[in-house]
Structure formats: structure tokens, C-alpha cells
Design a protein around this ligand. Sequence first.
Ligand code: SF4
Ligand code: SF4
Length: 392
Amino acid sequence: MMQTQKPHLIRLEVNYRGIFQKTLAYHISGDVVYAAHKEGKTAFSNGRYSDDPQRNGIPCANFAYFSKDLTEEDLEAEASASMDITEAEVVVVLDDTMVKGLEPWGGYGIRPINEKVVKDGVVLIVSNRKPADLIAQMEKKKFPYRIAILPGEASFAGLWYFKDDMTDVRVLGAIAKVAPEIASIDTVANYVASKYKSKEKAAAARKAYEEVKVSTVNAGEGIDWPYPKPILPGWKDFDEGVYVKGVKRGFQMGPRGQNRNPDFKRGTSKTQRPVVRFDLCTKCTLCWYDCPDEVFDPTTDGLYDVNYEYCTGCGRCAEVCPVEDCIVMVDELKFENQDSPYVLYKKDPENYVKWAEDKKGKERLMPSPVTGKGSTVSKVETPKPFKKGVVK
Ligand code: SF4
Ligand code: SF4
């Protein structure tokens, strides 16, 4: 009997933060398709069905398919009816804090960032961190794959308008390095030069090709995934119509005291989280009052606990808190869980303060997403010592 040969197919996923990185992700997933066309491949890209309308910071994804032997019709038949991609040879990650897990718009639970990568595939991350620090937050796989780091910060170039910082062409150059079977660096650089009429952009793509560092992640490296794996309902299982289940109004003092809708958890949308020095708090109520997501739970001693499962990391509370260093936004990758900081504080106030200062460190990051001029870091000289007498 004649064996049917499997068609040549490469699948690529681009993970990005909703709205902030939407334009950036669309540039990448569109341009990589055009570059592949230049080499005579069949290719197309699409946005994940469930991601629109998007919300700020929510993990979203585009995907793309490439083949050197399928016709356009056959490639479409193979892939275009999909609402999402199930496996990928190349997984691109535009914000490294997404390695903690993805909780997309559908809200069906927290997925590992490397969920879809296949054996010997590659996860390409824009990051200034070491591979080991990222792998330490990712799910362990039963097979080896590769991790590729393109040096850089999470770009918010696509916020409101496209303030170009060349992340799009740099990622294209990096894709040419980790998956030259999609398009070679020469093809990518020529495509970029002709599309943008810019030698600088083509040079940026070539430089990224050189800069990207690839290493192997062995089978079993990473963590046991701490969350239940989401099971998405098939289309026949969807309820008729669209509705949001209500939750009963309810309020009690103390951690997790307010009834919240579990479908609106936004834990994975944050790149930073607020760390509160309860011992410095003057109980002014401003954080509780101003938080757009009603994340603060009032407690019986007048302090305000943070429910990190619902925090978007917007930084508003840190902005309005009138006490210096009382609320500081800290890199999300420094935390292992979403536990209540107030409970930790009440257990051992002095130790909590040490823990909080350790997380805060001595540097304060000031992101500058709108100007696109990059982030600035300032040093903090002396973190305030534990102030006794606030806990009653
Ligand atoms: S960063 Fe602060 S204000 Fe923003 S959602 Fe989180 S707790 Fe609320
Ligand atoms: S804004 Fe700061 S001082 Fe005011 S209640 Fe919140 S943590 Fe306390």
C-alpha cells in the first residue's frame, strides 16, 4: 500500500500583551508571512479567534502556517479553519513575564507558555534575563526543545500609535536564526529593506540574528505546572448566546472578603505587582478607592490586603499612595504565588518587611511606554526599616 507522506508544515505562534503589543504582533506575524512568500513558500497568518475584543495586558496570540509543498488551498484546508493553534515549531513571546502562564480572554485557566512547543521546537523570548531564570517558571516537558533569547525589554511600541523601536524587525531577524526554514536572514533583511525603505531596519534585523542566543532545554527541566490544565469546550458544547455569569454580591472584612467573578481573574496580565509595606501604611484608603479592578480587601485593622489573582499590575495604587515606599511595583517574575501579603504580614510582621524589601530591591524601574524612549532605573539608597506599632 502506498504511504502518504506528511506535508511540510511549520507552525508559529506569537504571544503578546493585548492592546499594548497588538500592532507589534501584527507586524511580526504579517511580515514573516511575506518574507516566506519571497522564498516561494505558501504561508498565511491569523489572529486567535477568542482574543478580540482585547483588553490591556491580557495575553493574546497570532499564529502563522508555512509550507514549501502545499498549495494555498491545501494549506488553508490544513489549518485555516482553526480558531487556535494546537502545536507549534516556533513560539514567540514578546513579554517575558508571560512565562509565568497565560490566562487568555476566554478565562478557562492558566496555560504554560511552552504548552504548544513540539519536540526540538523553539521558544523565542524577548528578554534581558538568563534562560535559567525563565525556564524556572516554565512547565517541564517530556522532550527536549530549545529556548532562544533575543536581548530586549518588553516593547510597548504599539501603544496607541506605532512608535517604532525596531522590535518587530529584530524579532524577524531572530526568527530567521531559530527557524531558517521559514525564511533566511538574507530574505528577511531584503524584505525589510524594501518594505520600509530603510537600511537601518534591515541592519537591525541582521544584528538581532547575530545577538539571539539559543540553548537546549532538556526533558524534565522546568516545574510541575501548579494549575489545573484548561480544557476548552468544543464548539458543540458552547452555550447558546453570549452572557457573563453573575456572582452574588457579598462582602466581608479581611483577605478575600469580597465576592469576585472568577471569570475575570487577571493575574497573568500583570508584568509587575504592588508590594505593600503595611507597617508604613497610614490607612488613608486611597489605594482601595482608586484601584480600577477593586483588588484591595479592607481588613478589620484598617489595612488593605491585595488579591493578586485580580490585579492587572496597572500601578495606579503605587501612584496614589501618599507614603514614600509604602506601595512599590515589583517585577512579576520575582513571585511564586498569588498568596495574600496581609496574611503573611500578620503572621510575622518583621519578617514580612524583610521579604518585601528583598522583593523591592534597591532599584526602581520607570517604564516609559508612551514616549518609546525606554525604561529608566533609579537607585534607592536606604530602604525604610520595619516600623513597630502599626499592627494591632
Ligand atoms: S496595580 Fe494596584 S491599582 Fe492596579 S490593579 Fe493592581 S492593585 Fe489595583
Ligand atoms: S494608599 Fe498607601 S497609605 Fe493609603 S491605605 Fe493604601 S497603602 Fe495605606
